[in-house]
Ligand binder design. Sequence first.
Ligand code: SAM
Length: 399
Amino acid sequence: MSLQLRIEKLVYGGEGLSRLDGEVVFTPFVLPGETIEAERAQSRKHVQHARLVRIAEASPDRVEPPCPVFGRCGGCQYQHAAYEAQLRFKREILAETLRRVGKIDLEPARIAVEAAEPFGYRNRAQFHFERGRVGYREMNSRRLIAIEQCPISSPKINELIPKLSRMARDRRWPDFIESLEVFTDGEQVQWNVVESRQPVAKRFFEWLAEEVPGTVAGPLEYAINDDRFRVGGTSFFQVNRFLAPRLGDLAMGDARGASAWDLYAGVGLFSLPLARRFPRVVAVEAGRGAFDLKHNTERAGLAIETVNDSVEDFLARERIAPDFVLADPPRAGLGREAAGRLLALCPKTLVIVACDPATLARDLAVLAQSYDIGGITLVDLFPQTFHLETIVKLASRRG
Ligand SMILES: C[S@@+](CC[C@H](N)C(=O)[O-])C[C@H]1O[C@@H](n2cnc3c(N)ncnc32)[C@H](O)[C@@H]1O
């Protein structure tokens, strides 16, 4: 049965919300203000989803998506929206999530927005392989969507796609490889096997190195501003090649003082610039990035103490807070334990860099007991997708 829907707004995840006789319906690839014809799709966890059939009345923000597989590939949700409109929607979604989850009332206009090139930004991509075809996976499915290019990926990654397609049809290609990740700074190329039904022989990587100039056998050396970062195959690194060099300044602002902590430090993207402003810096990382972090901080010759431990255990041991704390947790956010300890230690300034607005809102609700929001910036690290990064500067009321 066909549904006539009017889209009220977009929600986190990229779908458009509409109401039908009191029932909330979510439809992807639509825009606020549009009237659409849709059909019921499956209902998951009591939430009704619909499939767009026809747009009866289009939004003035609607544009032609540049990617031929947009709508089928699971990577992008917003290519049908003009870039300015994407930023507006994300700002509204962030303000609404903070209000709904964190009970924090903030006019969207108070959220600063930082954005760069909307396409060609990704320095990392994960390709899937199936019977000689290369592609991405469909949304919520393992089905492969073959691709010839990817408009959100860097030119270097786009250069590799036809090469991989040719190699995947070659009889030397190991058919048991299901997905490979590529990471590049534009010249060096690092390959990581993500899914394979069998161990991959060394000669496959030798063949890759012959075919793809710039292939590195181990870690990649990524330059950001004047710093160099060794990034191993399993270490985290920011994926937006245009905004990664601006993140440090955005997170630190004009902060200066005697001591700082860089929590969830990764390979040290923030630790190095922090150490030029604070004579004493402690960088904490629990994952495999801790090896790169140690290497990168020692090589830079800066006074950074590295701690290879969980932030929770580190905070449990500490008794005195530094002047400045920067925390860049994974999607799960700080969580009750780390947020509670930070509240007890109460550094004067606490900056949170967050990639999930809902867990951020939950953490801010806890921290609101002692902190005021001094500034908030939405950094659009993932244009064309629903993902959004937020930097929140918190100032302690305890002085
Ligand atoms: C979003 S990344 C940020 C890395 C770094 N700040 C950057 O921008 O490159 C989060 C990092 O936290 C680490 N991590 C996750 N949970 C952790 C925990 N409980 N304690 C310490 N580190 C953790 C991950 O290994 C990852 O390197």
